[in-house]
Design a protein around this ligand. Structure first.
Ligand code: ADP
Ligand code: MG
Length: 307
């Protein structure tokens, strides 16, 4: 199989409008009057973002979903993506077939299609880079820099579950039931970004960020961009029962410094109800404080960093 066979066989069936069946040099995104095109790119690498033993379909889903969370955080509705693959020479047809199936199922889930990409071989780790495109009504992208004193801070989903899954894969000792263990490892393999929330975020959020490096670290980015201080009340951070069972009294500090959540943190007026949890507030000042039992906590690490 050369790269042309791979593209024709596995990826051409995933091509959407403007992709010309992946048979041209470039794809076309028709201008959509009244909308802005929102663009984001994120890569996942074997050994860093997934394990060699992970199923190929969940690797594909993770590659797409780490991008879907960025679009959702910006209030954008996803519609298409580009796929850049660095494949080890040893890649097998079965692996590619399962990988393409994972892409196909998430294309259905999120209403997106494949526009193009690049396929190459590497002696290094398997790497999948996705560039994703979404639309927002003109001028409505939700930025990181709009938080104001008096806002409440909200977060979607549960925090730290993927970090718990990663700890389990790294053989941390635990006494979890199989169900609890599987829930956490599934969150690590297949993030659950709240894509359906994009339209509401456009209406409600003053600022938003996707949580990928750790809740406290990412709130730090939002606070810096907005030139405000964020205070998180530890008791309010949503932790799932399996995660509490895994980490016990260390669940909170570990959850808020673990990465890979792909949930959304945002600031908006206080008192909102929805598929999200209020975890604190915005004040004048700078930085992020985590309060545990009313006292400032000192955290072990500032969040995931590549370098
Ligand atoms: P070039 O010679 O310009 O690098 P390619 O031969 O790499 O072009 O690509 C041919 C077509 O296949 C293009 O439309 C490209 O977007 C598409 N393509 C290549 N790799 C992928 C991929 N991994 N996923 C989707 N489309 C791809
Ligand atoms: Mg190319």
């Amino acid at each position: 199989m050369d790269e042309f066979d791979i593209i024709r066989r596995y990826f051409a069936p995933l091509a959407g409008e403007g992709a010309f069946g992946l048979q041209d040099d470039a794809a076309l995104i028709a201008a959509r009057p009244g909308f802005d095109l929102v663009v984001t790119s994120d890569a996942v690498s074997e050994g860093t973002d997934f394990f060699a033993f992970d199923p190929a379909d969940t690797i594909a889903q993770k590659a797409l979903r780490v991008n879907m969370s960025d679009l959702a955080a910006k209030g954008a509705e996803p519609f298409a993506y580009l796929l850049n693959l660095s494949l080890p020479h040893s890649i097998a047809p079965d692996w590619l077939a399962a990988f393409a199936e994972g892409l196909a199922s998430d294309q259905q889930e999120f209403g997106i299609s494949l526009l193009g990409g690049d396929t190459g071989a590497t002696d290094g780790p398997l790497t999948i880079a996705v560039t994703a495109f979404g639309y927002v009504p003109q001028g409505r992208m939700v930025r990181r820099n709009g938080a104001r004193p008096g806002d409440a801070v909200y977060v979607t989903g549960h925090i730290g579950e993927a970090g718990g899954g990663l700890a389990i894969f790294k053989r941390e000792k635990h006494g979890l039931s199989d169900t609890d263990r599987d829930q956490l490892t599934a969150r690590y393999r297949v993030p659950q970004p709240p894509v359906a929330l994009a339209a509401r975020l456009r209406d409600l959020a003053h600022a938003a960020i996707d949580v990928s490096d750790g809740l406290i670290a990412d709130l730090g980015h939002l606070a810096a961009a907005s030139d405000v201080r964020i205070v998180v009340e530890g008791e309010r951070v949503p932790l799932s029962a399996p995660l509490r069972a895994l980490w016990g009294d260390q669940a909170l500090p570990r959850a808020v410094t673990a990465g890979d959540d792909y949930q959304i943190a945002f600031t908006a007026p206080p008192g909102l109800a929805g598929p999200f949890t209020c975890i604190g507030g915005v004040e004048a000042g700078e930085g992020v404080d985590l309060l545990i039992a009313g006292r400032k906590a000192v955290l072990p690490s500032g969040g995931y960093r590549h370098f």
